[in-house]
Design a protein around this ligand. Structure first.
Ligand code: BGC
Length: 497
């Protein structure tokens, strides 16, 4: 029986642009140093065996993780700060109905890129009449600069986009502003549908003085300074945008999950099951942004995870995210490889200098290595050579692939446990799965999209924990880039005009 169905998605692996040659460069000595002292007693094999043991996630263990996430969800719904998961009230009570009409904009900020989009909505019959979008990268220095610099840059690009892409026939009615849905993919303490203060940065952002500030006010001010007649009508997380955008096309969508650079899950909750909701008489549903990346209990953290966390921009925070999301998988692998070199002889006698540079190994590299089907693992060899300038023999290449697999398996399975916690929470209130109703999880993020092994491990965990029968009604649907549409739709639903 086919269990969880995975909607067809283009499994495109970005082609490598690194060239490869095995002939050693002339000046290797500049790049490779001999380590001073190395204990020969610990072999790379025993390091690997211990690492695999420490990372193991057998089914009963995953069950405990799913239960612990569920407990933290409940605690976070009961009282603000009750558990690791923020369980943020998003003020999104009405999901798109399909009747939305008009021209709306969306801005998506959450990683090294930001995206602007315009969406012309034509109501129930015509749905999305036209959409235009543009993706721009955020210069690294703005990710750690000031809020004025960051929002000024975004507003100026948004202003260019409107000037270039707005349909010539569009006329802004007098006294009105254009409306935009702002997808801001960081933990925000939402105070209304169109305001919220930043709780903390994640994913390598560290713009000074922003924590506790209203992010919508920052954007509105910058837009005004650029003479842009536009207002933020909805502030949404990317998980919420994904859920809303996917729900527009499919009424069975109950959750939005992001597995990309960072990770998160948002889902439809019954209002009367949220004790911390001020208005106790509320009925109906609302969207909860779990911020599950903050989960920290009973995780199989190794010394490598701990050291990476300690040196991160947000030590002690988002520990689950640091084990399952795309930003960190390569870095964990790099750390264990470095340890193997120092403890044994992974790449010969020397410890390559480049292996000591943080974040040089990306999750795409792990994926390419795991996809290598050649007998001599030639692409593994070339990737290692291109990134670290090491010549790895077959034994070493095999070992590296095993390390990648261990980290990716742990990440995928832990992500699966998280999804099960969300599904079981929805099930508790709705009994959808038990009654045979299809339940869809809208999924976005490059890690999920581009890493087949990760997806498979995640799927295995889902089936193991849910059981065949319930799992057969779950669909994980890859809904690429739908959060912009979701944000524009929520701007329409919450239009002030
Ligand atoms: C942020 C979330 C976001 C997720 C995916 C995490 O680091 O805390 O708000 O939804 O990344 O982008």
């Amino acid at each position: 029986m086919s269990l969880i169905t995975f909607a067809a998605s283009p499994l495109v692996i970005t082609p490598t642009v690194r060239s490869f040659t095995f002939s050693p460069p002339h000046h290797r000595s500049n790049h490779t140093v001999m380590s001073a002292v190395r204990s020969e007693s610990t072999s790379t094999c025993s390091v690997l065996t211990k690492f695999q043991k420490d990372c193991a996630t057998p089914t009963p263990f995953l069950r405990d993780v799913a239960n612990a996430i569920a407990d933290d969800m409940q605690a976070g719904l009961a009282v603000h700060g009750g558990g690791d998961l923020e369980m943020i009230l998003t003020y999104v009570d009405a999901l798109p109905s399909g009747k939305e009409e008009g021209l709306f904009y969306a801005l998506d900020l959450g990683g090294t890129n930001f995206r602007v989009r315009s969406v012309q909505l034509g109501g129930e019959e015509e749905r999305v009449v036209a959409t235009k979008s543009e993706q721009l990268s955020i210069p690294q220095k703005l990710m750690i600069g000031t809020s004025e610099e960051l929002f000024g840059f975004i507003a100026s690009k948004l202003s260019d986009f409107v000037a270039e892409k707005e349909p010539g026939r569009f006329r802004l009615e007098q006294g009105r502003k254009r409306e935009i849905g702002f997808t801001f993919s960081f933990p925000v303490n939402q105070t209304s549908i169109d305001s919220g203060t930043l709780i903390k940065w994640t994913k390598g952002f560290n713009v000074s003085g922003m924590e506790g500030k209203n992010v919508v006010a920052c954007l509105n001010e910058a837009m005004e300074a650029h003479g842009l007649d536009m207002r933020v009508s909805a502030l949404v997380n990317d998980g919420v945008g994904t859920l809303a955008g996917a729900r527009y096309w499919d009424k069975d969508v109950m959750a939005g999950v992001i597995l990309g650079t960072g990770t998160n899950a948002c889902y439809v909750e019954q209002k009367d099951a949220i004790p911390k909701l001020q208005n106790k008489s509320s009925s109906g549903t609302t969207i909860i942004n779990t911020e599950w990346g903050g989960f920290s209990k009973c995780l199989p953290r190794t010394i490598f995870d701990q050291e990476m966390d300690k040196e991160s921009l947000n030590p002690g925070e988002h520990l689950y995210e640091k084990m399952i999301s795309g930003m960190y998988l390569g870095e964990i692998v790099r750390r264990i490889l470095l340890h193997m070199c120092e403890a044994g002889e992974l790449f010969g006698q020397s410890v390559p200098v480049k292996l000591s540079t943080p974040f040089t190994l990306k999750s795409q590299d792990l994926c390419k290595m795991q996809e290598d089907n050649t007998d001599d693992l030639s692409s593994v060899g070339s990737i290692l050579y291109n990134i670290f300038e090491v010549k790895a023999d077959l034994k070493a290449r095999r070992r590296v692939v095993e390390v990648c697999d261990t980290v990716v398996k742990r990440g995928g399975r832990l992500a699966g446990a998280g999804i099960v916690a969300i599904l079981e929470r929805i099930e508790r209130e709705t009994k959808r799965l038990a009654s045979g109703q299809r339940t869809v999880v809208a999924m976005d993020g490059a890690l999920y999209e581009k890493y087949p092994q990760y997806r498979q491990y995640m799927q295995d965990a889902l089936v193991e924990l849910l059981g065949d029968e319930l799992a057969s009604h779950v669909q994980i649907k890859h809904t690429k880039d739908v959060s912009g549409l979701g944000a524009a739709l929520l701007a329409a639903t919450n239009s002030i005009y």
